[in-house]
Write a protein that binds this ligand. Structure first.
Ligand code: FES
Length: 186
């Protein structure tokens, strides 16, 4: 079939429009759906470091930032209390805790614990009814109630967990999940 100039006037814009909507559809699926699940962690032993007291995290969604030494340096991390138990977390009596790396599994920015979901919806474009972890670089979001699973934005993998132990009224970290993405790949 021979195309003339008049045909090209509508073929080019149509192709560009179809390409744009195709890209938009793929991007929507990628951002919303293609996320790796969170199962039982594989731990790598590390130094035992006191990170918080149970009393300081006595009610759900209290959190504390800390650093944890690992082979490549000093890992930014967060420990917080949860309203329910999650895989890889620690439960003491009726209290539940989880510790996560704060290194975004997309490109390695430092994520923040967003304890105000309303402000989080404005700042991170992610609407939820409970606190989450948000990355300021490309607005990735991770869900604490799904043990750190990536739930929005470019990150595909969950935040690596850190192993918690309780001794008396103190919480310790004694190792981290492997692979320690994005610092180590599987
Ligand atoms: S580095 Fe966190 S979303 Fe890109």
């Amino acid at each position: 079939m021979k195309l003339n100039r008049r045909d090209l006037i509508w073929i080019f814009p149509s192709a560009i429009t179809a390409g744009f909507f195709g890209w938009l559809g793929w991007r929507t699926v990628y951002i919303q759906l293609l996320k790796t699940g969170v199962g039982a962690p594989v731990w790598k032993d590390g130094p035992k470091v006191q990170v918080a007291s149970v009393a300081k995290l006595s009610t759900p969604w209290k959190f504390k930032y800390f650093r944890y030494p690992y082979a490549g340096g000093s890992l930014r991390a967060v420990v917080f209390s949860l309203p329910k138990a999650v895989p890889g977390g620690l439960s003491v009596d009726d209290k539940h805790f989880l510790a996560l790396s704060r290194i975004c599994t997309h490109l390695g920015c430092t994520v923040n614990f967003v304890d105000n979901p309303e402000l989080g919806a404005i700042a991170y474009n992610h609407r939820t009814d409970h606190p989450f972890l948000g990355c300021p670089c490309h607005f990735g979001a991770y869900d604490p109630l799904q043990a750190g699973k990536a739930v929005y934005g470019p990150p595909r993998y969950p935040l690596p967990r850190l192993r918690l132990e309780a001794q008396g009224q103190e919480l310790y970290v004694t190792g981290h999940e492997v692979p320690l993405r994005p610092l180590e790949e599987s």
